[in-house]
Ligand binder design. Structure first.
Ligand SMILES: *Cc1c(COP(=O)(O)O)cnc(C)c1O
Length: 413
């Protein structure tokens, strides 16, 4: 992310609503000056120009000039009639890359996972088995599709205990006391567990179990491309034991929106019906599919850079002396760093990282705002993406070191 003009008031409000209210007139002046690109007043330098390093999520990426140009020039047609050439091309590219018979362009990952569950679990009362820390595959299934779910414990590395998984499979069907187990859902990389990559052997074992009981396996592969890059294998290798997969184009791959749902031909033709029923049939969708094509063809290879930056930051947390952070380096496999804090609370740490404070400009040469969120289990999550360069990562490290030294200083007083 380059030098940024930003709305100071908006950010302060987001991070600290109380401050924004009391400081409103001054902040408003600075924001107005910043918008005009002028520097005014004693704090003009830091108020108008502060570096912002946004590590909240890889969903904050914006399409660059090449992607916007491809969108502007996209050939389009009515996709609900199957006539959008760019959408058709994207679906063909995705199916090939993922090693699936067919693929479907869907507006969001949430809808894509929902469609998958609806197609796999077609009889009212069918049941799916999903990890207790998967948000997107467990959302809306009961509400919208009448599908039961039962959960297995998500382990630290995103996998399940296979014995527990087997115990959750109902053997009694068609005994009227039991729903029918139909589907196992896995998530790769695992979001809440910090971008963990599911081992290929685990996927093999899940598939063997599914085959034994006649179940299907769906992967919420929102970040499966990150998993492929981390393992150094093509995504089709990860998916060889998976029946269907959902892959987000709008996260690390940088498209403004869109998800690919892929699987057997028969599955995809049913998925088209579900997508329409859910209101996801889009017309001249080639305008966004053009961005998706670049995501798949051009953006996968740069994910390595995100993984590398994430590791650099994690190592810097670990190197802090005296120690303030807990990080498992072996768990930093992709673009997400999840770390715990001793002493200071996650929300206080995030607030300090997000604010430019007194003396910062003198110490660091500029104001740096690093945005990140408190996360599950007294931890903080930071996510790398194409908007964050190695230089931004160094700025985030500088800021983190500044915040920790300020913390110790204040504590010593
Ligand atoms: C982001 C995400 C999704 C889908 O998100 P949308 O915002 O609906 O596109 C699904 N699964 C995981 C693991 C995700 O991180």
């Amino acid at each position: 992310m380059s030098l940024k003009t930003f709305s100071y008031r908006g950010l302060i409000k987001l991070l600290n609503p109380g401050v924004a209210a009391s400081d409103k007139p001054r902040r408003a002046q600075h924001a107005a000056a910043a918008a005009l690109g002028r520097r005014t007043g004693p704090h003009a330098g830091w108020a108008a120009h502060v570096r912002v390093v946004d590590l909240r999520s890889d969903t904050v990426t914006k399409p660059g000039p090449a992607m916007r140009q491809a969108m502007a020039e996209a050939e389009v047609g009515d996709d609900v009639m199957g006539e959008d050439p760019t959408v058709n091309e994207l679906q063909k590219i995705a199916a090939e890359m993922l090693g699936m018979e067919a693929a479907l362009f869907v507006p969001t990952g949430t809808m894509s996972n929902l469609i998958a569950v609806m197609v796999h679990c077609r009889e009212r009362g069918d049941e799916m088995i999903v990890g207790d820390l998967s948000i997107y595959t467990s959302m809306s299934k009961e509400e919208l599709a009448g599908v039961h779910s039962t959960t297995v414990t998500t382990l630290l590395d995103g996998t399940f205990d296979l014995e527990q998984l087997e115990l959750k499979i109902r053997h009694g069907y068609p005994d009227p006391h039991y729903p029918r187990s139909r589907l196992i859902c896995v998530e790769n990389t695992h979001n809440i567990q910090g971008g963990r990559v599911l081992p290929l052997t685990f996927l093999q074992e899940v598939r063997a179990l599914a085959d034994r009981y006649g179940l299907s396996v769906h992967m919420d592969g929102a970040r499966v491309m990150n998993a492929a890059v981390a393992l150094g294998v093509p995504p089709s290798t990860i998916l060889q034991n998976i029946h269907t997969v959902s892959v987000c184009l709008s996260k690390g791959l940088g498209a403004p929106l869109g998800t690919m749902l892929a699987g057997p031909k028969e599955f995809i033709s049913r998925a088209v019906r579900c997508r329409k029923a859910l209101g996801g049939g889009m017309r001249q969708a080639g305008i966004v599919a053009a961005a998706g094509k670049l995501s798949l063809l051009e953006m996968v290879k740069r994910l390595e850079e995100d993984h590398c930056n994430a590791k650099t930051f994690a190592q810097a947390l670990l190197d802090c002396d005296p120690a303030l952070f807990g990080v498992d380096m072996a768990a930093v496999e992709t673009n997400i760093v999840r770390f715990s804090l001793q002493e200071i609370s996650p929300s206080e740490f995030c607030a300090r990282m997000g604010q430019v404070c007194e003396g910062e400009e003198a110490a660091l040469g500029q104001g740096i705002q690093v945005l990140m969120y408190p996360h599950f289990g007294n931890s903080v999550r930071a996510v790398w993406h194409l908007g964050i360069s190695p230089e931004d990562t160094q700025l985030a490290i500088q800021k983190m070191q500044f915040v920790t030294s300020q913390y110790w200083k204040q504590k010593a007083l």
